[in-house]
Design a protein around this ligand. Sequence first.
Ligand SMILES: C[S@@+](CC[C@H](N)C(=O)[O-])C[C@H]1O[C@@H](n2cnc3c(N)ncnc32)[C@H](O)[C@@H]1O
Length: 297
Amino acid sequence: MHRLSLYGALVALLLALAPVSAAPGKFYIIGMGTSPDLVTVRGDRILRQADLFIVEDDSDRQAWKEYIGDKEVWVAPHGSRVGYGIDPNEVKDPDLRQLVIQNAKHRQEAVDKIRQAVEAGKTVVAPCWGDAMVYGTLWYLEMLPKDFPSEVIPGVGAFEAGSAALKKSTTFGWDTNSVILTMGDFVGRVDTNEKLMRIGTSLVIYTMHLDYPKVFGQLKRHYPANTPVAVVCYAGDPEKQKVIYSTVGRFLSEVDYQNLPADLHILFVGKFLEKGQARIDGLIGARRFIERQHGSK
Ligand SMILES: C[S@@+](CC[C@H](N)C(=O)[O-])C[C@H]1O[C@@H](n2cnc3c(N)ncnc32)[C@H](O)[C@@H]1O
């Protein structure tokens, strides 16, 4: 055999015998936005290269079928979060204890699945409605080792999409400059809504199992009755988005709150809805800073 072709054959043989180093796998939690056309460019790129999807139920599988196609899916049920953070031995009711134990098992199975797939070089994706960092599902990440290859890709959540629908920013509020994101109170919560309301700043209330009469009873104690309120339904959805305006005093009597789309509406409260960006001091105190940073014209 010619010397050069012998050399080529040897190189080919060595390459064939060399261990194939698997591309490193990674786990992503991706904020999917509140509407399919609100997924970010970065999220879209990762979704297209995913090998395994972790979803919470069949409706998720349906919602993201364009990305999922015939790729592998693992269902980590939404309800398996129930019991997270609780020691089953401290649960007295035997049925409840059983549920807590079973859910812990479901969570561990999902985490084991993610771990094995990533270690095998796969891209694993857990899509999350809106933005994962606001009341999203994060226990997978928290249960994985700290140095596990992972990334959270931000998304457009109900807060951002809802504010955009209102075309007014909650961070303004005439004589307030902050916003509180909250939800209904629960047993053991120490930052109760009544305490938060005492500040009188803009409030954004996520509405999962919200007790409207209770919340509005509290609001009436801390906000003037004419304080504007808005409900944004299907925030960010180009076809279905709808805004309902009212006030703290009139809401319960004029809004059909019992028939709002479950888990697909969000409540905004505060002067920002009326005042917009206008500020009590007209920003006069900040003029030197503004001139320095942005020029005097
Ligand atoms: C468990 S939280 C999840 C929030 C989500 N991670 C986000 O960033 O939008 C669910 C709550 O978010 C609000 N929400 C979610 N999607 C919405 C939408 N499309 N329009 C209005 N509110 C929405 C509702 O108040 C719902 O009860």
